[in-house]
Design a protein around this ligand. Structure first.
Ligand SMILES: CC(=O)N[C@H](C=O)[C@@H](O)[C@H](O)[C@H](O)CO
Ligand SMILES: CC(=O)C(=O)O
Length: 334
């Protein structure tokens, strides 16, 4: 993204780019036997680009069940996404977070070898850092494994149970960094999947000149755009990329009223999913329905909601005008 080519010594003063747009947090396709299915990743990339207009991806994250996969699977997936995205995607970000520091470092080094555009990590969430200082020390160890690769912190308190304010984390990084850098020279920003827009706004206010902030709660993206988010990373951009892209473009043109109306419809859809009892495990099936690419089922411990009516979710998407027919070249028979 921001230039893997940016040299380490200039990065500290590098201004964050204004708008980097939408990043789809990809699902991990699986076979009927529950193994990772690399064979559909090529069509998946084409679908995102041609049907959803999304040219940035975040792989092996929450949506991609990265934390549940083996290191070997994560490497194979990252390689395939990068291979299929080459010359097509603007950016492939690889999530390398793990409860094992050594594994996170190994995945970071692997991402560097295969020329990922950036890496990102969540905090370990079983044995958790007990202080902001411990978290920053951990992030430092991961980031410094690959000093030449742009590095992002992934804040997702609803899943990690870690409620440190990001502003405090950045302040701590500032204390630890050398030459007025935050943490490591390759530190580029935060994927902020939290509801606290006070914290988000203050992060942008204080650090927006030097870092990029991606918002991760899709259903309230517009509020984060108002606070100058540089973009968004989310699961719904897999199948709502076009619709959310249109909202983004209204916002950028200054047509707030139209952007709000689009946000309301997107919220109506996501809220409908929640009310039907559909969660992340089921979003994978929605993606299969909408894209015509077979994503397979999630792996345990995720489990689908057997009683949910997926067809009605698709109808709802169509009724709200959010559905896009797959570009013919990208459809494959599930
Ligand atoms: C908890 C979770 O999975 N968050 C995702 C990204 O971080 C979002 O993209 C959500 O899936 C989305 O906002 C729907 O709630
Ligand atoms: C949604 C998101 O950003 C993730 O899947 O990690």
């Amino acid at each position: 993204m921001l230039a893997r080519t940016a040299s380490v010594d200039v990065c500290c003063n590098m201004a964050a780019q204004d708008m980097l747009g939408l990043v789809a947090a990809t699902f991990t396709p699986m076979t009927k036997e529950g193994e990772i299915n690399l064979s559909v990743i090529g069509s998946y990339v084409d679908y995102l680009i041609h049907t959803q207009g999304v040219k940035r991806i975040f792989v092996n994250g929450t949506t991609g069940e990265g934390i549940s996969l083996s290191v070997q699977e994560r490497k194979l997936l990252a390689e395939e996404w990068i291979k299929q995205g080459k010359g097509k995607m603007d950016e492939v970000i690889v999530h390398v977070g793990s409860s094992s520091l050594r594994e996170a470092q190994e995945l970071a080094r692997h991402a560097a070898t295969i020329q990922a555009d950036a890496i990102c990590t969540v905090s370990p969430s079983f044995l958790k850092p007990s202080s902001v200082g411990a978290l920053v020390a951990y992030l430092n160890e991961v980031a410094s494994a690959t000093p030449e690769v742009p590095f992002y912190y992934y804040h997702i308190p609803s899943l990690t149970g870690l409620n440190f304010r990001v502003e405090d984390i950045l302040d701590e990084m500032k204390k630890c960094g050398v030459n007025n850098c935050l943490l490591n020279p390759n530190f580029r920003g935060v994927k902020f999947t939290g509801l606290d827009l006070l914290d988000f706004g203050q992060c942008v206010h204080r650090y927006g000149q030097e870092l990029s902030f991606f918002y991760g709660v899709d259903e309230q993206l517009l509020s984060a755009l108002v606070l100058r988010a540089n973009g968004a990373v989310g699961s719904t951009y897999n199948y709502l990329g076009k619709a959310v892209g249109a909202m983004l473009s209204d916002f950028q043109k200054g047509d707030l009223h139209s952007a709000q109306n689009k946000q309301f419809l997107i919220q109506e859809f996501i809220s409908y999913l929640f009310h039907q009892g559909l969660g992340l495990a089921d979003f994978k099936r929605i993606m299969s329905l909408v894209s015509n690419i077979d994503m397979g089922l999630p792996r345990l411990p995720l489990q689908i909601n057997e009683t949910a009516n997926l067809a009605s979710a698709l109808d709802k998407m169509k009724a709200l005008g959010l559905y896009v027919t797959p570009h013919s070249k990208t459809s494959s028979t599930p």
